[in-house]
Design a protein around this ligand. Sequence first.
Ligand code: PBG
Length: 359
Amino acid sequence: MNDDSHDKAGAASLGWYGTPGSERPRRLRLSKGLRRMVRETSLGADDFMLPLFVTHGKGVRHEISSMPGVFQWSIDMLAAEIGEIAALGIPSVMLFGLPAHKDEVGSENFDDDGIVQRAIREIKKTAPDLVVATDVCLCEYTDSGHCGLLNRRDEEGHLGHECLPEGYVLNDETLPILARVAVSHARAGADIVAPSGMMDGMVAAIRDGLDEAGFEQLPILSYAIKYASGFYGPFREAAGGAPSFGDRTSHQMDPANAREAIREARLDIEEGADMLMVKPALAYLDIVRQTRELFPEMPLAAYNVSGEYAMVKAAAQKGWIDEERVVLEALLGMKRAGADIILTYHAKDAARWLAKGGR
Ligand code: PBG
């Protein structure tokens, strides 16, 4: 066999084994226009909800070291930031407060003059149409850093609940406090309350409390499916809500479980949740997809949490990834998985990139 015949034989055999059938998916990727025509998912500023940290003091614009570009704001500094958010077309924010004092029950949480309540009033003055959601949980407000009241010993050394471990986050005792916090946020002008503490019955307790106080029109966005996740690390610096001992595995979900997520979603819907959330997002897109398919009637949010943000930022700062491309790809993935609303610290950047024609 000479070289020429060898080549021919090779080409022929490649032709034989390698010829596609009449279907060629690449036809529709040939030009930008074609790609736009068959694009199944789109991303826009409308999809975003921006988490916002508010703190006491004056002139505070404190950057979170592990979350470059994310700040704690004092109330007097909020107006400009809120103006920017609204101008970018982002429809909503999720408020987190850093209280002046922490105590056993987290009193500032339901103080009508608390930090979140004051921030809501300020935002409503600046941008009345911006939807203000509030995180309803105890962990930023309790001295223990836990999401509820704890099983403690009295002076004689007896545990409040003998059958539960010391330090256990008590469920039913915590519910009335959550309802009180939600009502206080509602009175200050919140548009949505979002319980994040993973207490059983929290949605029902908050619904009852709101209805009784005349806020039957106020929607609840439940952090229905929230996993005990290492990805919340940077947030705990941002919001000052790290548990002083132990962890959150007795109330947040085990990352190994998917079927249990169905139960959490169903219960919250039965209790009156208006919207559901899956959190974190990136390692749980299967759960986003599952929830979308099993409860197609429910608006669904995905929370692109602090650790997910920090990883992208760190790699981008080192020049290891293209930040714009990676962020938009990840957010698109959340939307494609089935999220209607994406809570993300990237919201402002993403809205800017999308406005100038990024994906
Ligand atoms: C609880 C709460 C947490 C987050 C949102 N709400 C922290 C936690 O459950 O420990 C995490 C958000 C993030 O990591 O970006 N109030």
